[in-house]
Design a protein around this ligand. Structure first.
Ligand code: HEC
Length: 101
């Protein structure tokens, strides 16, 4: 009985310990990936505009449309092909959490 309780506690402890670093790591990956977008979509980018505050779904859909060619582009159609759906999701997550200026 006592042994089982200890095992459960240990499982809960390990579980919570793993959950935190994993999500923090995702946030870092998203930010790092987004850094290459900010070159052109930074706050001072006059030609393209910032992506800050863009809803995640909108960014993901737009990237999908660029990839498929459904949305015409001068260079985003090429660029979007360099990212997996999972990476685009992390990027979208990041930008959706930035304050729109
Ligand atoms: C080399 C410059 C450049 C980089 C880097 C770049 N973009 Fe773009 N982006 C553009 C341009 C230019 C457009 C306008 C469409 C076109 O002509 O390709 C655009 C348009 C967009 C749009 C549509 C904006 C709107 O208001 O509808 C989204 C979304 C977008 N980019 C996402 C991204 C993401 C995500 C990244 C990083 C993975 C990224 N872009 C990196 C140049 C860039």
């Amino acid at each position: 009985m006592e042994k089982m309780r200890v095992t459960l506690l240990a499982a809960a402890f390990i579980g919570s310990g793993l959950a935190l670093p994993a999500s923090a790591q995702d946030a870092n990956i998203g930010r790092n990936l987004a850094a290459s977008c900010v070159t052109c979509h930074g706050k001072n980018a006059t030609r393209t505009g910032t992506l800050d505050g863009m809803p995640k779904n909108e960014l993901m859909q737009t990237m999908k449309d660029f990839k498929s060619g459904a949305r015409p582009a001068t260079l985003m159609h090429q660029l979007s092909k360099g990212y997996t759906d999972q990476q685009v999701e992390l990027i979208g997550e990041y930008f959706s959490k930035q304050k729109a200026k």
